[in-house]
Write a protein that binds this ligand. Structure first.
Ligand code: PEP
Ligand code: MN
Length: 283
């Protein structure tokens, strides 16, 4: 594919930056950090997260309300009530929100509350969903499939682009391999390759890539060093009590320390960590 005669819409002849809100653009010189819990559990939880993250250079909040759980008996997400919680913290703290859509019928409600729609790994090749996302103009965070090749990943993005939505950000979140020590294997080579192969911003999710909180900070720094345009990281006011992905959740203070530690790495690659709050105060 990648040297095919067909000119792909993701071709690397320029670099795109994708606007998520008036203060937050992914793909420019500034690196965007997105933080929050795996799952939206309550208003109080999300307010604690947003209050803490808005004191450091975190520019967007994450939190799932439609959750792709391995077990049908596990909590499936707070749904519309969760969207209302996200809208409330977005309003109170002035941070854009990112949340997952798993089905075509979720696109409309999610797009009416959230600033960016996440397509999870399990849906990377849900082609009808991708086509429907191509027909809206909200930014899409497309996560790499559990065992997707780069060709499959780029072609999934092409489904959205070719149906009319140019606002796609790619997310490397680790791929399945043989060693159960880590949940997945973080493919930093893919980050470098995708930035050569496409004009789309590429961010990294070190939380799902490792599944272990003690591995997250070092890999987040490595991602910035190899050119990632941003990070999406799971954190929680009480990590061990997270309803999903507890083992990989950072505490809010570890998250703040991690974000601060990214500054010199960003500077070393001639970039900086976006501080959208500081920008808002200047404008
Ligand atoms: C998530 O972001 O919580 C999630 C389920 O991610 P992934 O689709 O990468 O597994
Ligand atoms: Mn998760």
């Amino acid at each position: 594919m990648l040297d095919a005669k067909l000119t792909l819409k993701s071709h690397p002849q320029h670099r795109s930056s994708i606007q998520v809100s008036s203060q937050v653009t992914i793909g420019g010189k500034a690196i965007v950090v997105i933080g929050g819990p795996c799952t939206v559990e309550s208003l109080d939880q999300m307010e604690q997260v947003a209050r803490s993250l808005s004191t450091v250079s975190v520019s967007a909040l994450r939190g799932g309300v439609y959750k792709p759980r391995t077990s049908p008996y596990a909590f499936q997400g707070a749904g519309i009530e969760g969207l209302r919680i996200l809208a409330s913290v977005r309003e109170q703290f002035g941070l854009p929100v990112v949340t997952e859509v798993m089905a075509i019928e979720q696109i409309e409600p999610v797009a009416s509350y959230a600033d960016m729609l996440q397509i999870g790994s399990r849906n990377m090749q849900n082609f009808e969903l991708l086509k429907a996302l191509g027909r809206i103009n909200k930014p899409i965070l497309l996560k790499r499939g559990l065992a997707a090749t780069l060709e499959e990943f780029v072609m999934a993005a092409e489904y959205i682009l070719s149906h009319g939505n140019p606002n796609v950000v790619l997310c490397e979140r680790g791929i399945r391999s043989f060693d159960p020590y880590t949940r997945n294997v973080l493919d930093l080579g893919a980050v470098v390759a995708l930035r050569q192969l496409t004009h789309l911003p590429v961010i990294v999710d070190p939380s799902h890539a490792t599944g272990k909180r003690e591995l997250v900070a070092d890999l987040a720094r490595a991602a910035i060093a190899c050119g990632a345009d941003g990070l999406i990281i799971e954190c929680h006011p009480n990590p061990d009590l997270s309803v999903s992905d507890a083992r990989q959740a950072l505490s809010l203070s570890d998250m703040a320390d991690l974000v601060r530690s990214l500054e010199p790495i960003a500077a070393a690659v001639d970039r900086q960590i976006l501080n959208s709050k500081a920008l808002a105060m200047c404008s």
